[in-house]
Design a protein around this ligand. Structure first.
Ligand code: ADE
Length: 419
């Protein structure tokens, strides 16, 4: 078996971590038990390009239990948990190609290793696997039946591919399930981003000014949790609807250039590039903290920061690079501008990944049944599956809810009754 992980001797620690995560993933466990019985993925080759975490391990073990032949590679150079990668190789015989801190060349070599598996299904987080396949191996694209995509950024890229007519097979946007983005993007990113900032810096957030750039689902979660820690939160936005929502949620909203001299901590969650840029760095406070929790490390213009600095940045703590500007101010960049929740912490907690990865597992099963009738485009899981995941999650939490009476169901389906 081919694989590339940091150190196989970490495997037993990784196995403990996977066991810990799986205990918090009852929905995925139930799917796994059914997959093991029914073997719906028997003989299907899946190449997964995901953050290599204990939660992802629970997913790929579920796919394997369903009969799939899975290979796993990292979807980000800094997010791999090396012990988990070792455990998957050593105990589950799943080929993994991922090393925390791998350079860009290694990252893409690993993506090519996933393509060497000749997948029937691609499972992507950020669209690097799918775009590499389409760009570098057009002759191989025809072998792929369908795919799934985990995240907002990847779905945006896929829609751009579909619009240009470049996308050559149907892809399920897992991100667009309600049981994914309502919870993972908001509560997962909210908690794990604050966790990453605190693990990297041990900064006290109470009384500080935290600037959250972007008020999509992730930004909403980050802003809410930063406020919960006692921070004064400023939100910046380009979308008037999101900005209005932030205002009515009680946050201060202003252009980033006005927030720049006020902030102690800056968090980008926009999915765009060069959000924090030269004009902002020029007016930030000494010792400000800069980090990103969006998918790519493009949200902070690091080359500009480097150009404005004297000499090389100093690594003052793990995951903290301190840039000294020409006027002596210091700006602290966390996690090389990569997703801080996965670089310095462990990503979203398992309890929320339970629903995201239930969508992945059921999404693969759904696409296997339907890909033949779906033209190349981006699709969403049927609402009935989404609701079933929510129902199972509630059940696992011991929460019961009401059901419509016959009379109420009829009322909702009718139009005659009025005032
Ligand atoms: N994305 C965000 N958090 C994650 C996690 N814990 N595992 C896999 N992907 C993630």
């Amino acid at each position: 078996m081919n694989y590339e992980v940091k150190d196989l001797s970490l495997a037993s620690a990784g196995r403990n971590k996977i066991e810990w995560a799986e205990a918090e993933m009852p929905v995925l466990r139930a799917i796994r038990a059914r997959f093991a019985r029914e073997q719906p993925l028997r003989g299907v080759r899946i190449s997964a390009c995901l953050h290599v975490t204990s939660e992802t391990a629970a997913l790929v073990r579920t796919l394997q239990a369903g009969g799939a032949d899975v290979v796993l590679v990292a979807s980000n150079p800094l997010s791999t948990q090396d012990d988990v990668a070792a455990a998957l190789v050593a105990y589950d015989e799943i080929p993994v190609f991922a090393i925390k801190g791998e350079d860009n060349a290694t990252y893409y070599r690993h993506i090519r290793a996933a393509l060497d598996h000749h997948p029937h299904i691609t499972m992507d987080d950020g669209c690097d696997l799918v775009s590499t396949l389409h760009k570098e191996r057009p002759e191989q694209v025809g072998e792929v039946w369908c795919g799934t995509e985990e995240t907002t950024t990847g779905v945006i890229r896929l829609r751009a591919m579909a619009k240009e007519g470049a996308l050559r097979y149907p892809v399920l946007a897992v991100n667009d399930s309600m049981t994914k983005h309502y919870f993972d993007n908001r509560y997962g990113t909210g908690q794990s981003t604050i966790d990453g900032i605190i693990r990297a810096t041990n900064v006290l957030l109470a009384g500080r000014t935290v600037v959250v750039c972007g008020y999509g689902w992730c930004g909403r979660g980050v802003a809410a949790r930063a406020r919960g820690m006692g921070a004064h939160v400023i939100v910046t936005e380009v979308n008037p609807l999101h900005a209005l929502e932030a205002v009515m949620d009680g946050f201060q909203v202003m252009p980033l250039i006005e927030a720049a001299p006020k902030g102690d901590v800056f968090i980008t969650v926009t999915g765009n590039k060069n959000v924090l840029d030269e004009p902002h760095f020029a007016v930030m406070k000494d010792n400000a903290i800069l980090c990103n929790s969006g998918h790519f490390n493009a949200e902070i213009n690091i080359p500009a920061l480097q150009r404005m600095s004297v000499g090389e940045p100093r690594r003052v703590r793990p995951f903290v690079d301190q840039f000294t500007l020409k006027d002596g101010r210091r700006l602290n960049l966390l996690g090389e501008g990569r997703l801080i929740n996965l670089a310095a912490a462990e990503g979203h907690p398992a309890a929320v990944m339970d629903m995201s990865f239930a969508n992945q597992a059921l999404g693969v099963e759904y696409m296997l049944h339907h890909y033949r009738e779906l033209p190349p485009n981006v699709y969403t899981i049927p609402e009935s599956v989404d609701r079933e995941i929510a129902r199972l999650k509630l059940e696992s939490l011991g929460v019961r809810i009401d059901v419509l009476t016959e009379e109420q169901a009829q009322y909702l389906a009718s139009w005659q009754e009025g005032t």
